[in-house]
Write a protein that binds this ligand. Structure first.
Ligand code: FMN
Length: 185
């Protein structure tokens, strides 16, 4: 199963357009998480306490663990996230809070080292930017740290189109160029 995490917000999203090209390459069931439609709530005090209590009891049937259980089963992950404020939309950060669920997607060894409970070994990160992304994309770098450190992902692919909102640039052509790269990859 491919888990497609869609953090795109705009109706005419170029990032989503590219992610759909990536997904066409795989012949596998796709489960999509539309973050835009999920009415996500950050882990405030009440929800953090609830999660801690349930984790202590080993009760993982509550909806707060839904995304974590789904992630643990995925064989490949595709994330589509536009480049916002030097990283990605906060919807994706809330999703990450929810998937970092101890004893569902990872646990700690006696030495305090995270041990993955997930199957996926590969993640494709798709983004588009209005301007140009510096050498370090804090969003993608953060995703790499979380998914390698907690969830055991080994291979990361980075698909991007940049400069889309710059006056004089041809947005359609820039997107087409990235589609070509996706097809040839
Ligand atoms: C809230 C917001 C923040 C943005 N921040 C940045 C930014 O920091 N740097 C940049 O180059 N473009 C920025 N942009 C422009 C988007 O990266 C660009 O329009 C992107 O292609 C949008 O992707 P989408 O078509 O998938 O929505 C921002 C756009 C929005 C709406």
């Amino acid at each position: 199963m491919i888990l497609f995490v869609n953090a795109c917000v705009r109706k005419e999203s170029g990032t989503l357009f590219l992610a759909q090209e990536v997904l066409k390459k795989y012949d596998d069931e796709v489960q999509t998480v539309e973050l835009q439609n999920e009415k996500l709530i950050p882990l405030d005090r009440e929800r953090l306490e609830l999660r801690n209590e349930l984790t202590e009891k080993g009760e993982f049937s509550d909806d707060i663990f839904r995304f974590a259980k789904q992630l643990a089963k995925a064989e490949r992950i595709v994330i589509a996230a536009p480049y916002w404020d030097l990283s990605f939309p906060s919807l994706l950060k809330i999703y990450i809070e929810l998937i970092c669920a101890m004893n569902v997607t990872f646990s700690y060894s006696d030495e305090g080292i995270p041990v993955s409970h997930c199957r996926a070994k590969e993640l494709v990160y798709v983004t588009t930017a209005g301007g140009y992304i510096p050498e370090r994309n804090f969003g993608f770098d953060y995703i790499k740290e979380v998914f390698s450190g907690f969830f055991g992902v080994k291979t990361f692919r980075y698909v991007k189109a940049e400069g889309l909102d710059i006056y004089g640039n041809d947005r359609e052509e820039l997107l087409k160029k990235t589609v070509k790269e996706i097809k040839n990859d």
